[in-house]
Design a protein around this ligand. Structure first.
Ligand code: SF4
Length: 309
């Protein structure tokens, strides 16, 4: 027998819904084309849908053709003050779709930098959200060191933090693995004196809730399917939770990718061979930028197999 369990909550968070709503309203109000700096949220399907409606996604503001006065939407991941300044200088009209929970980290970074505190930022190099927060620190004249994982926490280079006022604070990207971040912070604490916790949690409730929900079901699953794009940080963290707690796990964008996946093909072959009371348990979840219809098509497919096995 094939058993499928859906994790709840999963899929769209409020920050993603808000960003998509902003893009939708901007398109309706001003008409296409509307320029969007970077992917508005890290999901291929969302980006392709908005592109089909007239959003033009650019990596840099310099790609937006003149004349001036064009609208640019900033993504849910936020931008640095430098990018804001550049947009103003280029004469662009800004619509900012930053998630309020990312903005909260920007505010904490700015305050800490202005207070002369050393900032230990936990996050991934090159991620848009991290670049935005680093920009806040630099603009406020602060000093920071970026730590990506336990290994880097154990070998943290504190030379960049010289001439701060002996107080330090850690901040993080909003979409990290909760358990791993706790370990990273305790490693940093061994090496950085007077390390303060952020005034309020940096990892957002949507990330935590989705990881907790998956952690509840994964230990009983033979296989977990995580739906989401490969550049989505919170999706990748869900995959890590699944891989750590379930027997096996994969990440896919949608049903057609799932059906092409070798591990899944093998799984379905062994499901076909199940006999009598034997049970195979599949868990299903999705990242915070994934529309529910992508999960629903996988759910429907699995349900059809449940009936046929
Ligand atoms: S995952 Fe969290 S920080 Fe990112 S958009 Fe959603 S609510 Fe905001």
């Amino acid at each position: 027998m094939l058993k499928v369990t859906l994790a709840a909550p999963r899929g769209f968070c409020t920050g993603v819904e808000r960003a998509i709503r902003i893009a939708d309203r901007t398109l309706k109000k001003y008409g296409a084309p509307i320029y969007v700096r970077k992917e508005i949220v890290h999901n291929k399907f969302v980006v392709e849908t908005l592109a089909a409606r007239g959003c033009i996604f650019v990596e840099n503001l310099s790609e937006i053709p003149k004349p001036l006065g064009k609208i640019v939407i900033f993504s849910a991941h936020g931008v640095s003050p430098q990018v804001y300044a550049e947009a103003i200088k280029l004469g662009l009209r800004i619509v900012d779709a930053i998630c309020p929970l990312v903005q909260k980290v920007h505010v904490q970074a700015r305050k800490a930098a202005r207070a002369g505190k050393a900032i230990v930022l936990i996050g991934h190099t090159g991620h848009e959200e991290v670049e935005g927060v680093i920009g806040e620190i630099e603009t406020a004249g602060g000093k920071y060191v970026l730590v990506q994982n336990i290994d880097e926490a154990q070998n943290i280079d504190l030379s960049a933090l010289q001439n701060t006022n002996e107080q330090a604070i850690w901040l993080s990207q909003t979409t990290l693995n909760v358990a791993e971040t706790e370990e990273v912070v305790s490693e940093i604490r061994k090496r950085v004196k007077n390390l303060e916790n952020p005034a309020s949690d940096c990892i957002c409730f949507a990330t935590k809730d989705r990881q907790n929900a998956l952690q509840q079901i994964a230990p009983e699953c033979d296989f977990v399917i995580v739906v989401g794009s490969e550049n989505s940080s919170n999706t990748n963290r869900l995959y890590e939770v699944a891989a750590a707690h379930a027997h096996d796990a994969i990440r896919v964008n949608n049903l057609s990718e799932l059906l092409e996946n070798d591990k899944f093909k093998e799984l379905m072959a062994s499901a076909d061979a199940l006999s009598g009371e034997q049970e195979m348990h599949i868990g299903l979840t999705s990242g915070a930028s994934v529309p529910e219809n992508l999960v629903a098509e996988i759910w429907d497919y699995l349900q059809s197999k449940t009936r046929s096995i």
